[in-house]
Design a protein. Structure first.
Length: 81
């Protein structure tokens, strides 16, 4: 299966200007509760910037790659979130 970066590069069309080239940057963030307390960055997102107009779209690579959050993370968020 292709990575999220590859999927976006192959199919990107800017929703504002219809340009087909973009820059992709991965950003990691902590969540709420225990992950924030322990400074654990488990949220990953791809920020995709159109190289023509600069419009930015945000994608969740886990969803694009067909992955879901683990049960342990969900349980910890419920207990401490």
């Amino acid at each position: 299966m292709a990575s999220a970066d590859q999927l976006i590069k192959e199919k990107f069309v800017c929703s504002k200007c219809k340009h087909t080239q973009a820059q992709i940057k991965e950003v990691s963030m902590s969540g709420a509760g225990l992950s924030k307390l322990l400074d654990i960055d488990y949220n990953h997102f791809l920020f995709v910037s159109c190289l023509n107009c600069g419009f930015v779209e945000v994608y969740n690579p886990s969803i694009l790659e067909g992955k879901t959050r683990g049960e342990l993370t969900t349980i910890l968020d419920l207990l401490f979130g």
